[in-house]
Design a protein around this ligand. Structure first.
Ligand code: SF4
Length: 465
């Protein structure tokens, strides 16, 4: 029986990260047994669950359900797996079994008929499915890393890659620092090892996530770690450069506009990482940003955007905003609309402010009436939609690479361009000629039609599998 050393076992290692789950947050425990491959599976499941808004509990009593990732390689490993399932059933009661021993479901249910579900190795979708039905998700747009629509199953060809936990900032509308603690970055070599294994297992796109991606490594003082024949610094620029050499698309989410973000743009221009920045601006007006206590509240973001576009003209910028933040005046809101006119962001999400239990913004004066929030949201979205439509219309006639996410029974392929992150951005659809195409494949397409958020196109060349 090979059991991962404690610092590599997600069930044990997770306990190092101080984490307070929000009241009522659905919470899952994980016991991971077996080899490093099983560890990657466990990491992947945990990453996904966290991104969907689940809390992770280091003990049975704090969890609404427990996943046991089993090993079935030797008899002793099987016995230990059965023992772990029994312990989880006694201590918690709701148990989902996955991993190698899951390939023998009768063996498990014979010993433990009360387990909720048994799935085999690498069956992430089925595990997530079982979790969703045992403990339904409770999406919260102010806290979660994925939108509500993100609570769908992850196809095997893209994977979230979490590089750090927690955040050193104190934005007033956000309770993440209270829940997840201060920034705790994973060492660069551990991330690269996970990413490399994911790519070896068929992942074509890595979605880098964290609460504050540009701050990655700060808590480690940007320590260096041996990787292959070289040393890699735990810094977002160095990490991105290395990730970009693994042969998968690499997409960066939750990047704050710190000055060193400028160093990432040449990597995009070189084609090492996708020319895509998901950068949560939240607002444009300096006073609103100050009341939010946002990092880089004083940054000249329009100047920065212009510089990024100069270096990488194809860059896609996605952002999220909050309208109706306490004290937001009509003048501040109009500033945001004017800023949008200038910034011409490609993809935009917008929330109407709402109080979150425990957030400091709840106590701010001058909360904006609901009807005003709705009116501002409508006006904001109208502008964002017009910008998106014009940007997409300009893509008609262009040839670009797309990744295939799904092919339905009528042969219509749902794909994404480099400008579209899964589940939050638009799609490119191919209606014809998809015979022989498979999910996860990257093909070259000529865009022949554009809508408000989506594109349609025709296959030009099949590039690679
Ligand atoms: S930067 Fe602000 S909004 Fe983002 S996680 Fe940190 S405190 Fe929350």
């Amino acid at each position: 029986m090979s059991s991962n050393p404690p610092d590599l076992r997600p069930d044990l290692a997770r306990a190092r990260v101080t984490e307070t789950n929000r009241p009522g947050q659905p919470t899952i425990g994980m016991v991971s047994l077996g080899c490093p491959k099983a560890l990657v599976d466990s990491e992947r499941i945990l990453t996904r669950l966290r991104a969907e808004g689940y809390g992770i509990s280091p003990d049975y009593s704090g969890a609404d359900a427990v996943i046991v990732n089993t090993c079935g390689f030797l008899d002793s490993a099987k016995a230990e797996s059965l023992e772990a399932i029994g312990e989880a059933l006694n201590e918690n009661g709701k148990v989902i079994v996955t991993g190698c021993l899951g390939a023998e479901p009768d063996y498990i249910t014979g010993a433990h008929p009360k387990v909720l579900a048994v799935t085999g190795p690498h069956q992430y979708e089925q595990v997530l499915d079982a979790v969703h039905s045992a403990v339904p998700p409770d999406p919260n747009p102010f806290v979660d890393l994925l939108p509500a629509s993100g609570v769908s199953l992850t196809p095997r060809h893209f994977s979230y890659l979490k590089i750090s936990e927690g955040c050193n900032h104190a934005c007033k509308f956000c309770i993440i620092p209270d829940m997840r603690g201060k920034l705790a970055s994973r060492p660069a070599h551990a991330i690269l090892r996970e990413a490399e294994k994911l790519v070896e297992n068929g992942v074509k796109e890595l979605l880098v996530i964290s609460q504050d991606t540009s701050a990655y490594g700060l808590d480690r003082k940007y320590s260096t770690h041996p990787w292959k024949d070289r040393e890699v610094r735990s810094h977002i620029t160095d990490l991105s450069r290395e990730l970009g050499q693994l042969g998968a698309w690499v997409r960066l989410h939750y990047v704050y506009p710190y000055p060193h973000v400028r160093d990432l743009i040449p990597l995009m221009a070189e084609g090492l990482i996708l020319p895509y920045l998901d950068i949560p601006f939240q607002h444009s007006h300096p006073d609103t940003l100050k009341r939010m206590a946002r990092p880089a509240a004083g940054a000249k973001t329009l100047d920065e955007i212009a510089k990024w576009r100069e270096t990488c003209p194809d860059i896609t910028l996605r952002s999220t905003f909050i309208v109706g933040y306490p004290g937001e005046t009509e003048a501040e809101f109009k500033h945001l609309l004017d800023w949008m006119d200038e910034a011409q962001l490609d993809r935009v999400g917008c929330f109407q402010y709402e109080n979150v239990d425990g957030a400091r913004s709840n106590a701010l004066p001058d909360h904006v009436p609901e009807e005003v929030k709705q009116d501002r949201w409508d006006r904001f979205m109208e502008k964002a939609q017009a910008i998106s439509e014009a940007k997409l219309a300009a893509k008609v006639g262009k040839v670009m690479d797309v990744i295939v996410d799904d092919i339905d029974e009528d042969g219509i392929a749902t794909c994404r361009t480099k400008a579209d992150a899964p589940e939050i951005d638009g799609n490119l659809f191919i209606d014809e000629g998809t015979e022989g195409l498979s999910v996860g494949e990257i093909v070259s397409v000529e865009v022949d039609e554009a809508g408000e958020y989506d594109l349609w196109g025709e296959i030009r060349t099949q590039l690679r599998r």
